[in-house]
Design a binder for this molecule. Structure first.
Ligand code: T3D
Length: 261
């Protein structure tokens, strides 16, 4: 694993086209501080600028994914500025990245961290992990895009009850509900995530980026508008080098070598 920059609240490294970003304040269940947000911005900027990174994994150090905002590092004068400065750019950056982003949820994901995980493209969670919308116990509203993501993933009835009660959702139930992609045994989480990430990193990255954009755009488009978008994106996808490689590999009965271009 190649680690270029030294961070204190996160770990960031890359290995064979896959970047691993680990929230790293295990004593505080990886709760977000202002310093952690700054480091996340720097790491994500490196991901955006890299042409080698073709998949990003976000996970947590120790026994949890993250407990959300560090409640000892709050601006009690009002949280709107923190949301504007830190959480909203974080979610916008992750959902806008032109590579697949996997959340590897190794333990509890609470508050903004639960919604950060759910904003990723594919969520794998350890069987012991749970997702908690903990905002209600502080008199806050769900943030990190939770009020947008949750009803779309699990429907308004479940989303409303989860946000109002804060009832934890186990990884198994999250998979049953379609809230996440897959619940895996705790001791298999790391290897299954690595296997998936490396598989994705070898795919036609531009095609995956277009797919991600189309699926997200579909949330606010009519079928008619979406059909037009698919036409335009397919036109662009069919001009990539990877498209030519995929067709040639199929016709010549060989494995394709995609470069992401
Ligand atoms: O600034 C803004 O814009 C605000 C944005 C807000 C977005 C949000 O995320 S609001 C939601 C904030 N998060 C929470 O309310 C969750 C609080 N934590 C918990 O409810 C529990 O810790 C968990 C259910 C997540 C896990 O429980 P458990 O029993 O497994 O662990 P624990 O013993 O409670 O926590 C372990 C340590 O982490 C403990 O430290 P200590 O006492 O051993 O020194 C605990 O205080 C610390 N910790 C856990 N969560 C937070 C935290 N420290 C600071 N902030 C936390 N959120």
């Amino acid at each position: 694993m190649n680690k270029a920059t030294e961070f204190t609240c996160i770990e960031f490294g890359q290995d064979a086209g896959v970047a691993w970003l680990t929230l790293n304040r295990p004593d505080k269940l990886n709760a977000f501080t202002a310093d952690m947000h700054l480091e996340l911005q720097e790491a994500l900027s490196q991901v955006q600028q890299s042409s080698d990174i073709r998949c990003l994994v976000i996970t947590g150090a120790g026994r949890g994914f993250s407990a959300g905002q560090d409640l000892a590092d709050l601006d009690m004068g009002g949280l709107g500025d923190v949301i504007e400065k830190h959480y909203n750019p974080l979610v916008r950056t992750i959902t806008g990245l032109n590579i697949p982003v996997i959340a590897c949820v190794n333990g509890v994901a609470a508050g903004a961290a639960a919604n950060l995980a759910l904003a990723c493209d594919i969520v794998l969670a350890a069987r012991s992990a749970k997702f908690i919308q903990s905002f209600h116990q502080l008199g806050l509203v769900p943030d990190g895009g939770g009020t947008w993501t949750l009803p779309r993933l699990i429907g308004l009835a479940r989303a409303t009850a989860l946000c109002m009660t804060g009832e934890p959702v186990s990884a198994e139930k999250a998979e049953q509900w379609g809230m996440i992609w897959r619940c895996v045994d705790d001791d298999a989480l790391q290897s299954e995530t690595a296997e998936l990430a490396h598989r994705l990193a070898l795919k036609a990255t531009t095609g995956l980026a277009f797919t991600k954009q189309l699926l997200r755009l579909s949330q606010t488009r009519t079928l008619d508008e979406q059909l037009n978008l698919e036409r335009d994106y397919q036109q662009a996808a069919s001009q990539t080098r990877d498209f030519a490689e995929g067709v040639d590999a199929f016709l010549n009965k060989r494995k394709p070598t995609f470069t992401g271009e």
